[in-house]
Design a binder for this molecule. Structure first.
Ligand code: PMP
Length: 326
């Protein structure tokens, strides 16, 4: 990473301080910036919570030295926890619904973690249940529970938020980010709002996801291909606070797929589908600010590109829309 100029002792020292790069598809007068989280050692935003949560749980004694971390995860969180667990002498077990990408599961395995699959039709709920069953069978195991653990949000409040604030000298008009657990948006925007209570905060989800219902919107539930964001049951995502969010933007898989290809072709970003959804939503917000439809304290929008497209090549993301398995 460009900001790491000294020799470092461990990959954990390379978590965070990721670049903030302009997205040129946005209006000139309201720039959009994306935080490129694939620069983390496990190549996603989730390395931040992996290192932060494990260190915090070891410090507090909640996770015993040499203990086991068991997490239900769509993949990137597993990689983030596996990178940190390996360096902190913790065993790692991940429970992953089958539909998630094979690349992620291969990487968790390479990092020394055990991967257990649950049926796709049982969703994340099935994976969460299995993780707790496994934890009960061991006496030194902890389930960090990224969907409800405040340490997830805190990692972004302590790290991602200040990095964005400092990079733009505090001039952040809006923070726009896709919500899986919502830790990224809640923590980052939490920090930014503390410095400027008028910061506009927008959550992003794929069309078919149900976060919008928490804002009283009548949206239809459907399957979606975009990976890493969205929910079929907002009540399981305890970190998401609808009161804190000004708006929830839905982006269709088809638009996301086209944007993911545009970002590569025109801007050189090799990013996953959630990055493309974030890009479109952030551009929409920038256009609304430019048109005077949204009040923001500064003419700028920040979003996050959570991971890289290399993680999804096996799913045909650079092929035709119909071929993309999602
Ligand atoms: N994009 C990708 C690719 C992810 O793996 C995740 C995490 N599920 C997110 C976005 C959303 O991050 P968060 O859980 O912090 O809302």
């Amino acid at each position: 990473m460009t900001t790491h100029r000294e020799p470092l002792d461990s990959v954990l020292d390379t978590v965070g301080e990721t670049p903030l790069v302009r997205v040129h598809g946005a209006p000139e007068d309201v720039p959009v910036y994306a935080k490129l989280e694939s620069f983390n050692p496990g190549a996603s935003v989730k390395d931040r919570i992996g290192a932060y949560m494990l260190e915090a749980m070891l410090d507090s004694g909640e996770l015993p030295e040499g203990g086991t971390v068991i997490e239900p995860t769509a993949g990137n969180t597993g990689i983030g926890f596996a990178v940190a667990a390996g360096q902190l002498d913790v065993d790692a077990v991940f429970v992953v619904p089958e539909r998630f990408s094979v690349e992620k599961q291969t990487l968790m395995d390479a990092l020394g973690a055990d991967v257990i699959n649950t049926p796709t039709e049982d969703g994340m709920g099935g994976a969460i249940e299995r993780a707790h069953e496994l934890a009960e069978e061991l006496d030194d195991a902890v389930v960090p529970q990224q969907f409800s653990n405040p340490l997830n949000t805190e990692a972004h409040y302590e790290l991602t938020g200040p990095e964005i604030h400092d990079a733009l000298d505090g001039e952040v008009g809006a923070m726009v980010a896709g919500c899986g657990t919502a830790g990224t948006l809640m923590g980052t925007a939490g920090y930014l709002r503390e410095h400027n209570p008028d910061t506009h905060v927008v959550a992003v989800e794929p069309t078919g996801s149900l976060y919008a219902t928490t804002k009283g919107r009548d949206v239809d539930e459907a399957e979606y291909k975009t990976e890493g964001i969205g929910t079929h049951d907002p009540s399981t995502n305890e970190l998401f606070d609808p009161e804190f969010v000004d708006d929830v933007v839905q982006i269709s898989d088809r638009d996301t797929h086209a944007e993911l290809q545009r970002l590569a072709r025109e801007e050189g970003h090799l990013v996953g589908s959630s990055s493309a959804a974030n890009s479109l939503a952030a551009i929409d917000v920038a256009e609304a600010i430019a048109a005077g439809e949204v009040d923001a304290p500064h003419d700028s929008v920040v979003t996050v590109f959570p991971d890289s497209s290399e993680r999804y090549l096996s799913k045909g993301i650079y092929g035709d829309y119909e071929e993309w398995e999602g």
